[in-house]
Structure formats: C-alpha cells, structure tokens
Design a protein around this ligand. Structure first.
Ligand code: SF4
Length: 168
C-alpha cells in the first residue's frame, strides 16, 4: 500500500518495524482470530502463542512476545514470529496484517475524540522522505481505505501518542 514511497527491498533490508522492544509491544500488529487459526507456527516451526481480545464486538489476536525477552535491557528487541532476518516478512501479501501494510501510518484516536491518520516518527526510511509525500499519499485515497478498514476492524485503532504527526 505504500509502494509509491517505500520499496519492498528497503523494508526487507531494514526490518525495524518487525522487531519490538518491551515498550513498543503496543505496536504489535493485531490480526483476526481467523489469521491466528491459520498461522500457528513461526518461521522455525515453533508454536506461536497469541493473546486474544475484543474491541467493539470484533475479536482479534496478537502474538504474545512478553515471555520472549531474556534480559531487563529496555533496548532488547524480539522479532515478530514471521520475520526472517535474511528475507524479511515471510507472510504472503494477501495475509500480511493490515497494520503492517500501512506502517508507518497509524489510525489513531485523538484526545478530542476524532480519528486521524498519523505518521509514526520512528521509521528510518520514511524519515528520509519529504513529509509532503506521505500527506499526498494519504489524501489521494489511502486515508479513506484506512478509515474503511478501521470501521470494519476497530481493533486496528490506536490511542494517539505524543510525537506522531497527524496527516488527515
Ligand atoms: S507480520 Fe510481517 S510485516 Fe508484520 S511485523 Fe511481522 S514480520 Fe513484520
């Protein structure tokens, strides 16, 4: 979905958004319960643990990484179970979580109660671009697609966090 501004190659090489520090576990992609039923093993064939939840009546699952940290170092990163360190995400495009398809964009609930498409401040590749490019991409139709998806799958909405740029 961000192919106009981000190449698959640069994402695969980077992988920043596919490894998580403890404090960024809130960024883990939320997926449907069907997805969790289909993808039960990680790239090494080990079972994946999911935590399940429900938002506005729609069930979701999220990979359980909490128990995977080996130290108390807040910088320690744990990889998403679908990330191959050499090749990038091993999920087929059609099954890749929507959260991942649109990262570094996020659909967020702003303190005034409205919902906005926001830009994560930490993506190393997007930070190399003119922010106007992202604004244009969102206003050219991507923003509508994101809002439509969120209406169907409200679990993808995140609470606004300081530092995110509101785009639309
Ligand atoms: S599902 Fe794929 S794109 Fe999403 S965090 Fe995991 S490895 Fe990255």
């Amino acid at each position: 979905m961000l192919g106009k501004v981000l190449s698959k190659e640069s994402c695969a090489k980077c992988g920043f958004c596919c490894s998580f520090r403890l404090k960024s576990l809130w960024e883990l992609p939320k997926v449907s319960a069907e997805f969790a039923g289909k993808y039960t093993k990680d790239i090494n064939g080990e079972p994946i643990e999911y935590a399940f939840g429900e938002q506005d009546g729609v069930k979701y699952a999220v990979t359980e990484l909490q128990g995977k940290y080996r130290t108390d170092d807040p910088e320690e990163e744990v990889r998403c179970p679908f990330l191959d360190p050499e090749c990038g995400c091993m999920l087929p495009d059609e099954d890749k979580p929507f959260d991942c398809k649109i990262w570094p964009l996020r659909y967020m609930k702003i303190p005034d109660g409205t919902y906005k498409v926001c830009l994560t401040p930490t993506c190393p590749e997007i930070n190399k671009l003119d922010p106007e490019k992202m604004k244009k991409l969102v206003s050219d139709g991507l923003g509508e697609k994101i809002a439509e998806y969120a209406a169907k799958y409200p679990f993808m909405i995140k609470d606004y966090k300081d530092g995110f740029t509101v785009l639309q």
